[in-house]
Design a protein around this ligand. Structure first.
Ligand SMILES: [Zn+2]
Length: 271
């Protein structure tokens, strides 16, 4: 009998200690701020910000963070630098999106093939890339990307349904009316356009330092979870391969994955 009472007393003691510890943990978190209870409808008087509890009453685990993804995109190719960029992408096991222009040479068409054969995506970026012609009016623009689409169909057997406006969808070369006209027609034809939210600022009239390209991308991307990186792939971009290598290592280390743009990708567009 005495033994039973002692056991009960002990049990009560342990239970009390457990309750006190639990209360201390709830009321005195590390920050020193009072943490409220809720989620199960339990609020402490005077505390209004709720914190959710899991089914077993413990703190709910952190919500799954939004997926971190980088879309590497290269405009204006193919060029004499495309092969080096493709080599780096292959070495790193990363797929990218190439918004190409019209290439007639054997080398250029060979690069269209290589881009596709190595699992990358080709999008339209106009055949001529001549702002004065393509942005004269919406008809001119649509005729130009139709020409590029026909050219790609003929040379590599694809008809891309994604495109990028030279200068972006809000460029100041084209009037707002022309840009709106292009967008309306593109949508009617099932064509989807992408802008960008990070850029290498590598479209200068000189060769950019790869470190600058890398830093510009990281700075303009900031802490975004979905990053569409704009880089360029024309004859002057001799440092693109080196820069993209650094960009891939950087974002891989931060837990991002890499993907290609498709018509199903939620587009990043300028307002
Ligand atoms: Zn361009």
């Amino acid at each position: 009998m005495y033994r039973t009472i002692r056991l009960r007393k002990r049990l009560l003691l342990w239970l009390s200690i457990a309750v006190l510890l639990l209360l201390a943990a709830v009321l005195l978190p590390e920050s020193g701020a009072l943490l409220p209870l809720s989620g199960t409808g339990a609020f402490l008087p005077g505390l209004s910000v709720p914190v959710s509890l899991s089914a077993d009453g413990g703190p709910a685990s952190d919500p799954i963070p939004p997926e971190k993804v980088v879309y590497l995109t290269f405009d204006d190719g193919p060029s004499k630098n495309t092969a080096a960029v493709l080599d780096v992408l292959a070495e790193k096991g990363v797929s990218a999106t190439f918004f190409v222009i019209g290439a007639e040479s054997e080398r250029g068409i060979g690069l269209y093939h290589r881009i596709l054969d190595e699992g990358h995506v080709i999008g339209l970026h106009t055949y001529t890339h001549r702002y004065d012609e393509i942005y004269a009016n919406a008809d001119a623009y649509m005729a130009d990307i139709q020409k590029l689409s026909d050219h790609l169909q003929k040379t590599v057997g694809i008809r891309p349904s994604i495109f990028r406006f030279p200068g972006g969808s809000n460029n100041s070369t084209a009037s707002p009316e022309v840009l709106d006209g292009i967008k309306v027609r593109a949508e009617k034809q099932g064509l989807c356009w992408f802008d960008w939210n990070a850029l290498g600022k590598d479209d200068r009239s000189w060769v950019s330092d790869p470190w600058d390209i890398y830093q510009n991308i990281v700075e303009t991307a900031g802490s975004k979870k979905r990053i569409v990186v704009l880089m360029h792939d024309d004859g002057l971009r001799t440092t693109a391969a080196e820069a993209v290598s650094m960009v891939i290592d950087h974002y891989r280390q931060l837990g991002y994955r890499f993907d290609v743009l498709t018509p199903e990708t939620d587009p990043v567009r300028f307002p």
